[in-house]
Design a binder for this molecule. Structure first.
Ligand SMILES: NC(=O)c1ccc[n+]([C@@H]2O[C@H](COP(=O)([O-])OP(=O)(O)OC[C@H]3O[C@@H](n4cnc5c(N)ncnc54)[C@H](OP(=O)(O)O)[C@@H]3O)[C@@H](O)[C@H]2O)c1
Length: 230
């Protein structure tokens, strides 16, 4: 199986790249800064060419297009939109909103996956599985009844609507578009208070992703495989 992962230098994306690579899959691991991606570069170096590292900033259309040109003609069975940013709660409350950060988060987490889907659709269509899986967050759900960071949660909510739109638009071409809440994971984003170890969360997410079928098109799933409330 051939997969592309955005934001693969650390956190969940790194663990997914490592675990898909260890399983012998072909991994296009993308990062903003390949020269600084030391752990990922080590995974690539010991993969016998199965894992390769590519530059892509999902917030920059030219960068996404350049990466797509580099990978033109390569089938991608699972396109994994993983890259995300969390600017911290202090600057995204009702009383204190950093509007520039809000626009930045929307660009990375909603527009970013959209432009990645646009640029890599030919690769997805050339594959057997034709799957697009996008990491969203439980905080985007109207059913989530805790304090939210408004920029992050609204960017992910926008992302959810974009992906459900694509699920409708692309289903006749045999594409499966699925949203995944990966759990609360002890990465740089969520910090040490979170629930799940990155390797365990990645193992669950990987299992979920490789089990996706057209019946999952348009669904929002938890890392456990259960449906997520909207
Ligand atoms: N951790 C959680 O509890 C949790 C919960 C729900 C959802 N999620 C979602 O799961 C995904 C992975 O999160 P994580 O916890 O692994 O976060 P993380 O440790 O903060 O890693 C985020 C990754 O996104 C990359 N990234 C940021 N901006 C980018 C850009 N413009 N272009 C390309 N890559 C960019 C980062 O790359 P650099 O190394 O270049 O900075 C990094 O590799 C995110 O979408 C997040 O929103 C996480």
């Amino acid at each position: 199986m051939d997969v592309l992962i955005t934001g693969a230098a650390r956190g969940l994306g790194y663990e997914l790249a490592k675990q898909f690579g260890e399983a012998g899959d072909r991994v296009y691991a993308t990062t903003r800064n390949p020269e600084k991606a030391n752990a990922l570069n080590r995974v690539a170096a010991s993969s016998g060419g199965k894992v390769t590292v590519h530059r892509m900033d999902v917030g920059d259309g030219a960068s996404v297009k350049a990466c797509a040109r580099e990978l033109a003609g390569k089938p991608i069975d699972i396109l994994i939109n993983n890259a995300g940013v969390w600017g911290g709660l202090d600057t995204q409350t009702f009383q204190n909103m950093d509007y520039e950060n809000w626009a930045y988060e929307f660009n990375i987490m909603a527009m970013g996956p959209f432009r990645v889907c646009q640029a890599f659709l030919p690769n997805v269509l050339a594959s057997r599985r034709k799957t697009i899986a996008t990491m969203t967050s439980q905080t985007a759900a109207a059913a989530y009844d805790h304090v939210i960071g408004y920029s992050y949660a609204s960017a992910k909510a926008g992302l959810n609507r974009l992906m459900t739109g694509l699920a409708q638009e692309l289903k006749d071409q045999g594409v499966t578009v699925t949203l995944v809440h990966p759990g609360w994971i002890r990465t740089e984003m969520a910090g040490p208070v979170a629930d799940l170890d990155p390797p365990d969360a990645a193992a669950d997410v990987k299992k979920l992703l490789i089990g996706l079928t057209p019946a999952d098109n348009g669904k929002w799933l938890k890392w456990t495989g259960d449906e997520h409330p909207w």
